[in-house]
Write a protein that binds this ligand. Sequence first.
Ligand SMILES: Cc1cc2nc3c(=O)[nH]c(=O)nc-3n(C[C@H](O)[C@H](O)[C@H](O)COP(=O)(O)OP(=O)(O)OC[C@H]3O[C@@H](n4cnc5c(N)ncnc54)[C@H](O)[C@@H]3O)c2cc1C
Length: 432
Amino acid sequence: MLDPVSTSTSTLLDDLTARIDGSVLAPDAPAAPAATTGFQLGVRHRPDVVAAARTADDVRVAARVAADHDLPLTVHHTGHGTRVPAAGGILLSTAGMDGIAIDPAARTVRVGAGVTWGEVTDAADRFDLMAPSGSFPGVGAIGYTFGGGLGLTGRTDGWAVDHVRAFEVVGTGGALDEVTADTDPDRFARLRGTGPVPGEVVTAMTIGLLPAGPLTGGALVHDLGPVGEPGDPAPLHAFREWTAGLPDTVTAGMSVVTYPDWDVLPPHLRGRRVARIAVTARAGSAQTDRLLAPLRAAVRPDEDTVGPLRPVESSRVYAEPEMPHAYTGENVLLDALEPAGLDAVAALDGPMTVVGVRHLGGALAGPAAVPDTVSGRSAAYLVSALSPIDPEQAVADPSAAVAAADPSRALRPFGSSARGESPGFRFGPHAG
Ligand SMILES: Cc1cc2nc3c(=O)[nH]c(=O)nc-3n(C[C@H](O)[C@H](O)[C@H](O)COP(=O)(O)OP(=O)(O)OC[C@H]3O[C@@H](n4cnc5c(N)ncnc54)[C@H](O)[C@@H]3O)c2cc1C
């Protein structure tokens, strides 16, 4: 049983400090900025107090204190998916909840709310297992899984949520429940599909691990030409045609980046439009090479890194930037990848934009073993568009920052077969 908590706002810090194992910080404490800032620098939390939890009991206390003081409780882990800034209330940092317990016989892992997929991948390596993780190992294992979790081998292995066995959840007010398909099917379905409701915190997740091999992966990179001139869309069309006939052993994605002429960029990228086709196959190199042959012939890549892949090297498939920055992004789920949309991407100008195309289908299209609300099961492709924005402008005037970057302009030409969007690929501040 939890002790009763004072309802005086002035005792908020004292209430929390006396009751939790983790640290409690006032917003002006020297350590507060590090605890409230994450990968997304375009959204700045301004809580009344930061509670850095270490245990599920810490979370229960924070939820109870928030309820008793009638304050919002905002959850913060890595900040990759932060969209709405905390304005007052308690910011609950889960970064210290770092437990990883692998059961190699059951091929499952129980992760705390502060664990990233990269940490699970490293821990699973010695058991010849891998996580159902995505393009960037630094994202939170639990935050990524809400809404689906689109993994590197998704077309073979399904969505990450398909492997979830249980969520340990603290509800608003502090009650702790183990939520499974049997104990609470509706809540389990909602957590898998749309994630927690405000104030609800998943303190741990038990999820299945995947065999580490066979695995082949890497990227074909092709320079489409200078930004400002219409780019050659042929490699983009080659990706569309190649993916249309792919077996479920291959999961592929493509990004097209319009690089500005910035001094900080390597000379070969400055002012160029570059396509990267990322490939992960549940197959050996020889079989993957056979499947890739028509794509390689059509794309004629400037760089080709597809080869044997260990899960611990998975970040090299998409090679996404590791530095925190400010960004805004939207996405659309599609029945088909329309050629006109790809032509528009090959000619895209204006502010720097990363257009990402993920090939869905295969095991991602299968019916869920238990009901859920994951969007994207019936779509063929997910197209996302993401632009860097100025962090100060994003915090002061989010609408102006989003309008200036306008990544959605890259999605409009794909509109006619749209089937909604995937919540995990909406990024940064809102437009209004
Ligand atoms: C570079 C990059 C690559 C990505 N690649 C992929 C990919 O390949 N596949 C894919 O599916 N997604 C991908 N994503 C999307 C990513 O999975 C989401 O942004 C996800 O929300 C990140 O979760 P987080 O916990 O790391 O981030 P946070 O911003 O800390 O959390 C995201 C949201 O989830 C909430 N939340 C986090 N943990 C909990 C918890 N324990 N309990 C309750 N609420 C919680 C937070 O309050 C917040 O609203 C990528 C994102 C980026 C930036």
